[in-house]
Design a protein around this ligand. Structure first.
Ligand code: C2O
Ligand code: CU
Ligand code: CU
Length: 498
């Protein structure tokens, strides 16, 4: 009965509540907001660590859909983000996050996207390497009422991929409103490892949201948010605020995407529990790594084995974003920059004792990577931010301009140079690259950057060198910053593979 009355209350106030933050945003000067959290209209996040059952909400674990003949209808609707709090969203088939897709390598991916949102829309399959007219380049965005047909074979290695809107100037807004989901590719090589599956394999999209006094997320980027990117203090897991998950005393596989617009997570457990990192953007790593923390920038993925055997029923464990400071000296920039602030993300509640005979692999299958010794060419991409704008090699994105012509099949060394103190998660479509070195800033390559990557974090004034080669298709693809505010403001370049 309590739940009903609460839901009714929200129903009455939820929509009116949406107006409040916009008014607050307009009346709060960015400079005032920058002075400290006192000027910030956002309530403190529920940390849940000591909270009762009421302060956290069950993580949603959606059923996966297969690859054949999918129909995705994108439309505005409402979504319960936990405890009956219904919020306005844009969703595919009414679901937030977008439906979980599971595809077998070699299978044909056939889907139609029907656009019923009031913007142009196109979906991009992040990390896959489809033909260029299937890749969701923003030049293919279809108007409201239109639809787009996807049909291509998935040739990609098993891994944790994802998909989201790629409408130019609106990727941040669309992703934030709900048009983003996970796309898992499986193959024989991965099957052979016998990794935790079924209820022990947890697909997890972590996001932050800026919420009003009722807890309803809103998207109203202005001033500083256009430089730092749009961040909030409300943690979301699979579209649920302050989620918890009941677990067995067993080995778990967490397939995690940072689906935030701008916030970098440093994932770790409250008590320092180590985990086994087995995969990232490009699937399984060359070898597993035991870690207590892993940095995951927007669009990056990590695949973790978490061993809960030996835990006591009733124990709780919080997956958090641990505090960190940015290298490059721009950790604080305007009132909306929460980068590096700690955040409680997902509480694991040990609920059942079981006998789990699962084993942690000690080795992983070899990964084919471009060899820098084969490189025939070098290129440099400079990421620069000034006057509320963002550039690659001094240029802002233009839909039809080709920025680089890259020969198909040739290995090249690319240097991504960050000329500012703002972090940039740099993402390349249509292939994966190998991270070779990082100079400036943190000055090293991290274990989670081994293997194949499609996104790599440049912190302030860092240069990252990668070996890259396009071997899937010729065509027009994108290189861009995956801070979605930066991307939407044009920190994106057209790469013609020919
Ligand atoms: Cu996930 Cu071009 O993006
Ligand atoms: Cu992508
Ligand atoms: Cu950026």
């Amino acid at each position: 009965m309590r739940r009903l009355s609460r839901r009714d209350f929200i129903r009455l106030t939820g929509r009116a509540g949406l107006v409040a933050p916009m008014a607050a945003s307009l009346s709060t000067s960015p400079l005032l907001a920058a002075c400290g959290s006192g000027a910030d209209p956002i309530p403190p996040p529920g940390n849940g660590a000591n909270g009762g059952a009421d302060s956290r909400f069950p993580l949603r674990l959606p059923e996966a859909v297969g690859a054949g003949d999918l129909r995705f209808v994108a439309a505005p609707t409402e979504w319960d983000i936990g405890g009956g709090l219904r919020t306005p969203v844009w969703a595919l088939n009414g679901e937030v996050p977008s439906p979980l897709i599971r595809v077998r390598r070699g299978e044909r991916f056939r889907a139609v996207m029907e656009n019923q949102v009031p913007h142009d829309l196109i979906l991009h399959w992040h990390g896959l390497a489809p033909p260029d007219d299937m890749d969701g380049h923003p030049r293919f965005a279809v108007p409201p009422g239109g639809s787009y047909h996807y049909d291509f074979p998935v040739e990609d290695r098993a891994g944790t991929y994802w998909y989201h809107s790629h409408t130019h100037h609106h990727t941040g807004e669309h992703t934030y409103r709900g048009i983003a989901g996970l796309l898992l590719v499986t193959d024989d090589e991965e099957d052979a490892l016998g990794l935790p599956s079924g209820p022990r394999e947890i697909p997890l999209i972590l996001q932050d949201r800026r919420v009003d006094a009722q807890g309803v997320p809103f998207f109203q980027p202005f001033g500083p948010a256009l430089m730092a990117g749009y961040m909030g203090t409300q943690a979301m897991g699979n579209g649920v605020r302050d989620p918890y998950l009941e677990v067995d005393t067993a080995l778990y596989r967490f397939r995690i995407l940072n689906g935030s617009n701008a916030r970098i997570f440093r994932l770790g457990f409250s008590d320092g529990t180590p985990f086994h990192l087995i995969g990232n953007d490009g699937g399984l790593l060359p070898a597993p790594e035991v870690l207590t923390a892993v940095d995951v920038a927007p669009a990056e993925r990590v695949d973790l084995l978490v061993d809960l055997r030996g835990r006591d029923v009733g124990e709780q464990l919080m997956l958090r974003s641990l505090p960190f400071s940015l290298s490059g000296g721009m950790g604080f920039m305007g009132g909306q920059n929460l980068q590096g602030d700690p955040l409680a993300l997902l509480e694991l509640r040990v609920a059942r004792a079981v006998d789990d005979g699962a084993s942690i692999p000690t080795s992983l299958p070899p990964v084919a990577l471009p060899d820098p010794a084969d490189a025939v060419r070098e290129r440099t991409f400079r990421f620069d931010s000034r006057q509320m704008n963002h550039f690659i090699n001094g240029r802002n994105f233009e839909m039809e301009r080709v920025d680089e012509r890259v020969p198909f099949g040739e290995t090249e060394i690319w240097s991504f140079v960050n000329e500012s103190g703002l972090p940039h998660p740099v993402h390349l479509h249509a292939t994966h690259f190998r991270v070779l070195s990082r100079s400036g800033g943190r000055g090293r390559v991290f274990p989670w950057e081994a293997g194949r990557k499609d996104t790599v974090l440049l912190q302030g004034f860092e240069t990252v060198r990668v070996a890259v080669r396009f071997t899937a298709h010729r065509g027009l693809y994108l290189l861009h910053c995956h801070n979605l505010e930066h991307e939407d403001l044009g920190m994106m370049a057209n790469i013609l593979v020919e």
